[in-house]
Design a protein around this ligand. Structure first.
Ligand SMILES: *[C@@H]1O[C@H](CO)[C@@H](O)[C@H](O)[C@H]1NC(C)=O
Length: 157
């Protein structure tokens, strides 16, 4: 009798464990706020913070490197290094290669009382070099380790 009861308790416990473990996993591992577009950045030597979390869709031609990121609407946030305001168009396009983003279109930064279009980004050791035409500015990559959230937009949009 006693051993039967013990076995029942053990079985119930095991069953609960089996049922609850996946739930626990799901609760402790919420989806990270990054997407496969962010993974692609990482794979090419860039920090994930170059793209906001609001990526709705993206496409990349692995032959040409041509990419297109759909942010589902315009997106603004403050860049960490110098608190410049960055403005992303609903669609950001360019060409992605190892350590190099070229022909970039859709990212502007407000600095020195005007909007500057970022035309290219290079990864140079621990630094990122932002190109605005022939002018460039260098920032430590670690400033861009976190994925920014679009200001004034609900996360569900
Ligand atoms: C990808 O790029 C290559 C080279 O430019 C081009 O030939 C090909 O058609 C492109 N593929 C798609 C799906 O656009």
């Amino acid at each position: 009798m006693a051993s039967n009861a013990t076995a029942l308790v053990a079985l119930t416990f095991l069953l609960l464990l089996v049922l609850l473990l996946p739930l626990h996993d799901a609760l402790s591992n919420p989806n990270p706020p990054t997407s496969s577009a962010h993974d692609e950045l990482r794979l090419h030597g860039f920090p994930v913070g170059l793209l906001p979390s609001a990526v709705r869709a993206y496409s990349l031609n692995r032959t040409s490197g041509d990419f297109s990121v759909d942010l589902g609407g315009p997106c603004q946030f403050t860049l960490p290094p110098d608190n410049y305001l960055a403005s992303y168009s609903p669609s950001v396009t360019g060409t992605l290669a190892e350590g190099r983003i070229a022909r970039l279109d859709g990212i502007r930064v407000w600095a020195f009382f005007k909007w500057w279009s970022i035309t290219g980004i290079r990864s140079d050791g621990g630094d990122l070099v932002f190109e605005v035409g022939v002018v460039s500015a260098k920032y430590a990559s670690k400033n861009f380790d976190e994925t920014p959230v679009c200001e004034g937009r609900s996360s569900s949009s």
